[in-house]
Design a protein around this ligand. Structure first.
Ligand code: NAD
Length: 507
């Protein structure tokens, strides 16, 4: 009998064949565009580091063509109105759902993310389109601010062509999270996906075109960050940059966009604490702690990569955690049983493994993992889920974003120390608090320097809520109306009632 794994493999090969026949180019002004001859780079498979396909490294001329197409398409798309955009964006969602299996298989093969998580990528992407589609008609709504002799009202109007630059960790979901609100708002888009995971962005561009998004409204340029990405962020036609990626890249983009005064929205790195107090529901906390760092290969911005545990439960909790971590199933991303797949790239594998040496030399214990998963061979980027214990918050494993299936455990004594340790990092994206004392949960949530806090929960998605970080984790918020605030300009209109005195000069 054929296993689900074998079936997935066969189907994935069929889905990938088209990318192997010819290099992956761009999608500009409603049609696929081959990149400049000879300007290609290899997209490597996380599973065995063989060349999965070749990708065009977008040039300044190609970025310019995409930005101009977005500029030309903007007036008509903005004028179309939210109601008509709503219908088109719902059609995008329908087509994403229709191609859900293909998206999941291609995403898994391209990123190494386990199919058990990627099978939901399309569903979540479709939800993003539906959510913002339903708000498109009202996105322009503003406030009425009457004065004594003047009426003031505000409206929001789309900004213009915007850049969307995405990372490699969950590329399809993140692209939809950025592109859907931009389109709903009436903006046009140039998307530059990450060079390590370019495939599903092309599927999304095709889907949007088939759904009736007019030519030029969404454009895709593949390529390297320092070339295609940089040119895009400097382009005068581009009004804003929505960027998801590393904090250091965010700084570069801010500099690159300065001469043209780009509006920026940054979703950057994290070193998110999960705080477990003595009185927590430890069974639920254990599930959440394990899930929030070892799901999605730990390549997740909101992963709880620092576990702060109170002394009273520390030893017992960490012992149970270590057992769970040792049992996590590492394997091929298309195997439905796999919980952790191969890391995205050999360079990333080396970085993650490098932290095991750093942990030891800084005096922490590598309690579980810390090596490659040798039983899966050495061709792929497989690493054992890793648990560092006995760490101090000043160690590099507690301060730096590792972005892999690696958790650092730190002991604390009381609430004040937990808050101090939680905040003592450069980042401030998310925090998680586990306690049965509701007042304490809220006190700690208010004291954490982060954009989002979950009390007694893992990261739970609710699209109207603001998503984003503080400190080195980002600028701005996505979600609900917050996304429209970024992609739209607020205008105040003031009309006199004809009664006020106008100052007279030269009268
Ligand atoms: P990265 O910053 O290396 O790359 C992200 C994107 O930026 C890529 O498309 C890349 O080509 C492009 N880029 C690189 N240099 C550029 C430049 N000079 N100008 C313009 N574009 C440039 O990030 P990554 O390694 O792909 O992704 C991992 C990072 O993303 C982690 O730090 C993670 O925390 C972060 N992330 C954050 C969130 C969030 O919501 N806060 C979500 C997912 C990932």
């Amino acid at each position: 009998m054929t296993s689900a794994f074998e079936t997935n493999l066969t189907k994935a090969q069929t889905c990938l064949a088209r990318f192997q026949d010819q290099p992956l180019g761009h999608f500009i002004d409603g049609k696929p565009v081959a990149g400049a001859p000879g300007k290609l780079f290899d997209n490597l498979s996380p599973i065995d580091n063989r060349v999965l396909n070749q990708v065009s490294a977008g040039t300044a001329a190609e970025v310019d063509a995409a930005a101009r197409a977005a500029q030309a398409a903007f007036p008509a798309w903005a004028a179309l109105g939210g109601e008509k955009r709503r219908v088109i964006l719902h059609r995008v969602a329908d087509l994403i759902v229709a191609r859900a299996e293909e998206i999941a298989l291609v995403e898994s093969m391209d990123t190494g993310q386990p199919i058990r998580f990627m099978s939901k990528a399309a569903e979540r992407g479709a939800e993003n389109y539906r959510f913002f589609a339903d708000r498109a008609a009202e996105a322009g709504n503003g406030l009425s601010l009457p004065a004594a002799e003047h009426l003031n009202y505000t409206v929001r109007q789309p900004l213009g062509p915007v850049a969307v630059i995405t990372p490699w960790n969950t590329p399809f979901m993140l692209s939809t999270w950025k592109i859907a609100p931009a389109l709903a708002a009436g903006c046009t888009v140039v998307h530059k996906p990450a060079e390590w995971s370019p495939l599903t962005a092309m599927l999304l561009a095709e889907i949007m075109t088939e759904a009736g998004v007019p030519a030029g409204v969404v454009n895709l340029v593949n390529g390297l960050g320092e070339e295609a990405g940089k040119t895009l962020t400097e382009h005068p036609a581009i009004k804003a940059v929505a960027f998801v990626g590393e904090s250091a890249t965010g700084s570069l983009i801010m500099t690159q966009g300065a001469p043209t005064l780009k509006r920026v929205h940054f979703e950057l790195g994290g070193k998110n604490p999960v705080i477990v107090f003595d009185d927590a529901d430890l069974d639920r906390a254990l599930d959440a702690v394990t899930f929030m760092i070892y799901s999605l290969n730990g390549q997740r911005c909101t992963s709880s990569s620092r576990l702060l545990v109170q002394r009273g439960v520390h030893d017992a909790f960490v012992a149970r955690l270590a057992e769970r971590v040792a049992r996590i199933k590492v394997g091929h991303p298309l195997d439905p049983r796999t919980e952790v797949g191969p890391l995205i790239h050999r360079r990333h594998l080396d970085k993650v493994l490098g932290y095991c040496g750093i942990a030891r030399s800084d005096g922490a214990e590598v309690r579980v993992g810390g090596t490659r998963a040798e039983e899966l061979g050495t061709e792929g980027n497989y690493v054992r889920p890793t648990l560092f214990t006995g760490a101090d918050n000043r160690m590099r494993i507690a301060q730096e974003e590792i972005f892999g299936p690696v958790l650092t455990v730190i002991l604390f004594e009381d609430e004040a120390e937990a808050v101090r340790l939680a905040n003592d990092v450069p980042y401030g994206l998310a925090g998680y608090v586990w306690t049965r004392d509701g007042a304490r949960g809220n006190r700690v949530a208010l004291a954490l320097e982060s954009g989002m806090v979950w009390i007694n929960s893992e990261n739970n998605r609710h699209l109207p809520t603001p998503f984003g970080g503080t400190k080195a984790s980002g600028i701005g918020r996505d979600g609900g109306d917050y996304s429209f605030d970024f992609y739209m300009e607020t205008k105040n209109i003031c009309m006199a009632l004809g009664t006020h005195t106008i100052p007279k000069l030269g009268a």
